[in-house]
Design a protein around this ligand. Structure first.
Ligand SMILES: Cc1cc2nc3c(=O)[nH]c(=O)nc-3n(C[C@H](O)[C@H](O)[C@H](O)COP(=O)(O)OP(=O)(O)OC[C@H]3O[C@@H](n4cnc5c(N)ncnc54)[C@H](O)[C@@H]3O)c2cc1C
Length: 452
């Protein structure tokens, strides 16, 4: 890890827990905000991580950056984040190749409304409708396009993907240049509170660090911090239509993300005119057959995404995740990612995903043997509605819990920094904890993914 130093002070005005995309983005933007307002600078900020930069979900993310969300509040937040990615593509290792949501009829209406609202917020995209026009549009990009039953294509001209670890190194370097200290090998074990209930110190395995303000950005460890902060393990949710309140809903649930890499030359996926292509996401109910033996894999709705990626050295992507069918208390988050004996993808994923690639594009037919048999995938901590939670608890503890689809949300750290400095953010307001009991819920789409 490229950390500022390994020395740990016993106090820091601002402590940020977690050196992933959110912790580092908050640290960098908070340093800028403090300086701009004459309230301090990066030297007032300490980032601690039990391992180091990129040790969590941000270090293994596919890195896809898109606007395509059915929920208006998510789209506005993503449009803000895309602007941050675009502000320094080199430092963030950002590839603005665009993004395509390619869908069968069951999602047509949802995606049409996304397109309409993208136009309303000035997010550039094209929308193609009808099977024949969709096939023609796709063949104009990839001459071997062959997916059947596609009736809408949303082509976002912005967005694309970033190289997971390189982006974090870029963010860390920017934060450190502002004087922020990033220290790895520090495990947070709890919080001390003063008489008013505010957090007065962060307790760690290397001693207590007193602070004025703490930001917790724990990714898949969100539940651990929720428990440390003595927040409720179950919650009440009000149905916005009926007004009925359902109680005892578990606050956290884990999903297992299914991702892998096909070890072919990334250039195999170039467009007809020799360019690097947009990220492709397909959701369809067309029957999916094995590319190896022709057997039926599924006749239910399925979805995949993929992109050529030189960092992963192949075509990298994934399929819809599945719920970890255990109480959250029984789920072992550590060891995380590829180190986990339990939550890495198996042969079923490889067979489904590579067959789905071949279903979409002929060039992938017969490539199953090149699937990389290395451990991949990882789990994420999801909220009850699968949308992020950005809120303040105990007066001075800001929690960034992105419900595991937030690598793309690099701008959240900027908005959180502004809130810490006193400006409430209209974009973060729809993601408060109170939305559950107040029934201010986000609309739900027909996508097979929990994050669309
Ligand atoms: C396989 C996979 C693919 C994904 N692909 C995408 C994608 O394409 N696009 C997208 O937008 N999102 C994607 N996501 C989701 C995205 O990666 C996460 O939402 C995001 O990275 C979370 O960032 P974070 O900063 O909150 O957490 P993390 O990056 O997980 O960072 C949390 C940090 O907290 C540290 N920590 C934990 N406990 C302690 C403790 N007790 N003391 C001190 N430090 C601690 C950890 O070491 C870790 O470094 C993917 C997730 C997975 C698992």
């Amino acid at each position: 890890m490229s950390a500022s130093s390994n020395t740990l002070d016993s106090q820091s005005p601002y402590i940020i827990v977690g050196a992933g995309i959110h912790g580092l983005s908050t640290a960098y933007h908070l340093a800028l905000e403090l300086k701009a307002r004459g309230k301090g600078d990066g030297r007032d900020i300490l980032v601690v991580d039990k391992t180091g930069i990129s040790a969590g979900a941000s270090g293994i993310a596919c890195g896809v950056i898109r606007n395509n969300y059915f929920q208006p509040a998510m789209r506005e937040l993503m449009a803000h984040s895309v602007k941050i990615w675009e502000s320094d593509p080199a430092a963030f290792s950002y590839h603005p190749v665009g993004y395509m949501q390619i869908s069968s009829e069951s999602m047509h209406e949802d995606v049409a409304s996304i397109h309409q609202q993208q136009q309303a917020i000035g997010y550039q995209s094209s929308f193609i409708e009808g099977a024949a026009d969709c096939t023609a549009y796709m063949r104009g990009i990839f001459d071997d396009w062959q997916a059947q039953g596609i009736t809408s294509v949303l082509h976002e001209k912005s967005g694309g993907y970033a190289n997971n670890r390189k982006a974090l190194e870029g963010l860390a370097a920017k934060a450190e240049a502002e004087g922020v200290r990033i220290v790895g090998g520090v495990t947070v074990t709890g919080f001390s509170h003063d008489n008013s209930g505010a957090v007065s110190a962060v307790e760690t395995d290397r001693g207590n660090i007193s602070c004025d303000y703490v930001v917790v950005a724990p990714g898949p460890w969100a539940k651990h911090f929720w428990d440390m902060l003595q927040l409720p393990s179950t919650i009440c949710i009000k149905n916005p239509q009926s007004g009925v309140i359902t109680s005892d809903i578990p606050m956290w649930i884990y999903w297992s993300l299914q991702e892998g890499t096909l070890g072919v030359d990334p250039k195999l996926q170039q467009t007809n005119d020799g360019k690097m292509p947009p990220v492709i996401h397909v959701d369809t109910d067309a029957p999916l057959y094995s590319d190896v033996d022709g057997s039926l894999i599924t006749d239910k709705m399925w979805g995949i995404y993929y992109k050529p990626d030189f960092h992963f050295d192949g075509i990298q992507g994934g399929a819809a995740p599945f719920i970890v069918d255990k109480s959250a208390d029984a789920v072992a988050v550590d060891p995380y990612g590829a180190e986990s004996p339990e939550f890495i993808v198996g042969e079923d994923f490889a067979n489904m995903w590579v067959s789905a690639l071949a279903h979409c594009q002929k060039r992938f037919s017969g490539t199953m043997a090149q699937y990389k048999k290395e451990p991949s995938g990882g789990i994420g901590a999801f909220t009850p509605d699968s949308f992020p939670l950005f809120d303040r608890f105990h007066q001075n503890c800001y929690m960034i819990a992105d419900s595991n689809h937030g690598y793309k949300m690099i701008g959240v750290g900027k908005l959180v920094a502004e809130e810490i400095c006193g400006d409430n953010s209209r974009l973060l307001e729809p993601f408060r904890f109170s939305r559950y009991i107040e029934g201010r819920l986000h609309p739900v789409s027909n996508s097979p993914f929990p994050w669309s």
